[in-house]
Design a protein. Sequence first.
Length: 404
Amino acid sequence: MQHQADSSAAPAEASAIRGSNQSGMRAHNERLVLSLIRQRGPMAKAEIARVSGLSAQTVSVIMRALEAEGLLIKGDPVRGKVGQPSVPMRLAVDGAYFLGLKVGRRSVELILTDFLGQVLHRAMRTHSHPTPKATVAFAREKIAELTARLTPGQRRRIAGLGIAMPFFLWDWAQHIGVPDEEMAGWRSADIRGDIADMVNFPVFLQNDASAACGAEVVFGPADRPRDFLYFYVGYFIGGGVVLNGALFTGRGNAGALGPLPVPAPGGIHQLIEVASLSVLEARLAASGADTARLWTGTDGWDFDAAIVSDWIDSAAAGLAFAVTAACALIDFEAVLIDGWIPADLRARLVAATDRHLDGHTLTGLQRPAVQPGTIGADARALGAAGLPLSERFLVDQSGIVKPA
């Protein structure tokens, strides 16, 4: 059933901060090397040994193995003042491929990425609401279509597919304006299992907002905050929690920020009722605007400026209250706001949230920096593709030594 975190979703590994020179830890050490290079960029063997605590010999063996497997390639030699030039190693763009399926309340999307997380191909379909049957049918058709664009050798390097979708979908029938029976099928649906039965690579499942937050962890910049609260503005707003550089999902749904109670005109409301795109869609539709293009992409949102500005202000007010409440529990270094929204609108929402936060009494609390997310509209789909990447090739990000 899809209402809780699937046991085969990429788990947080219980890994030490530094590597081990014992032969039984080779798999972990290989992941550690790949994680360091992904986070920091090309690195020479001596630098990896210094940062990881592994012996130079162990690192040499690992690097040769990863190069032989096509996961790493040599860069240009870098000559120092003395001695032999060092040769940095970098990730091979074609080392592995991943599929990410995003199931949303207004659209379903599949992407194909390379080893660096670059989106190579994508397919999308909009809908009034998602159903298990239509979602699996879309996946079957588009997996075949996207993977057919790879060579046979590249297809053999597909390492898995991740699914990012809202949990408890049946609870949202009335919120998205469809009868309860239209969403009831999700109670017993197992789309992870259904899709796994049709492919020859592993399939993983995670909450969509957690996956978006995970994309920030895996593909975001190396200098990102170690502890941050993350909001993703989609049809409904959701979020995630990152502690010590690692995504924290608890029993599967931690950081589901939408239900947070916040004050709004008329009383106390949930955050989803003031800071979601569904709210903007309803206001635009009431004015007679065609809202279909809200869900087909984030370009060309030339909607009524007054309506958009009013939504930004009310959404930012709700976000500021949610941030204050969250910071009473955890000292977050930063708050990141991203979403299925144009970059300029995201910047305005970030600035408005920061401004509203200035009006709060934060006595006894550490005020976090309010920043835009770095991934953008693709965060949920890219986070889904990052599930098999993390499971097979990375260590828990909290197990990587913090940059000096």
